[in-house]
Design a protein around this ligand. Structure first.
Ligand code: OOG
Ligand code: MG
Length: 253
């Protein structure tokens, strides 16, 4: 098993918007090695000038675990190249089979360099907003094992961030919706995210510190989707709304 080679396969698939076979069909690798493949693929992005902007949590809700048949929390890296302006456009041709999911995003206000408690996590966050994540598994048919998806940077391909709000103490009962052309296609509650999205920040700090990653001031933590993700089609306008946290949108062109 060659970490660099597998990282290149996934990085090329993302860059060329061409799906690839699940790595686990021909390779056997551990979760730890999957994170090493992910790190090597992110290093390739950094070498092309992309910048770290934060991390994303995955499978923090039952809805997502059930949709994808996976049963463990995962994390991946967000880079500046993945950002889509709120109200902006997503170029469909740059993706393989993109899906959108409504999320909550946190803004780090104090450098995070260790696993934090719930109270400490709140103290390290200065903003929270509604967001949308674009996931685009580099694997054929969006099918993967837990190790596959970790190696593939947890399917992360894009994000849209809303307007930062002062973080409320309670985020655990907010209604979250995803709409296509004004029609709600998914709706859920923030309670679906580990019972409380703040717990996703706690988990992010634990995983980041476990993997030796520091989260600088200004970085983002995406909490993970509360609902299943939905496929995008050319021409649609996608909007996500989180109660009290505003909405975010983009158009697919
Ligand atoms: C993996 C990414 C999971 C989330 O919010 O739970 C994720 C996938 O579903 O392809 O981003
Ligand atoms: Mg997500």
């Amino acid at each position: 098993m060659n970490i660099q080679h597998l990282a290149q396969i996934l990085d090329d698939a993302a860059r060329n918007a061409k799906s690839t076979e699940q790595l686990s069909l021909t390779q056997s690798f551990t979760e730890q090695q999957a994170y090493e493949i992910q790190a090597a693929s992110i290093t390739r992005r950094y070498n092309r000038g992309e910048k770290f902007i934060g991390i994303k949590m995955g499978f923090t809700s039952k809805a997502k675990m059930e949709q994808m048949g996976v049963h463990d929390m995962i994390w991946g890296v967000l880079t500046d190249r993945m950002l889509i302006k709120n109200g902006g456009e997503l170029l469909l041709d740059k993706y393989i089979h993109p899906r959108a999911e409504p999320e909550i995003c946190f803004l780090v206000g104090k450098r995070i360099d260790r696993a934090l408690t719930l109270e400490e996590a709140k103290d390290h966050v200065v903003g929270v907003t509604s967001a949308i994540e674009i996931i685009d598994s580099r694997y054929e048919n969006f099918k993967f094992s837990l190790e596959d998806v970790i190696a593939d940077n947890c399917s992360s391909a894009g994000l849209v961030i809303g307007t930062w709000q002062k973080p409320p103490d309670n985020l655990d009962r907010l209604k979250i919706t995803l709409a296509f052309d004004g029609e709600v296609v998914q709706s859920g509650s923030s309670a679906a995210i580990l019972d409380n999205p703040w717990e996703s920040v706690v988990a992010a700090t634990r995983l980041a510190s476990q993997y030796g990653l520091k989260l600088p001031i200004g970085s983002y933590i995406m909490a993970g989707a509360a609902t299943p993700a939905m496929y995008l089609k050319k021409g649609m306008k996608v909007t996500s709304e989180v109660e009290e946290l505003g909405n975010t949108s983009f158009s697919v062109v």
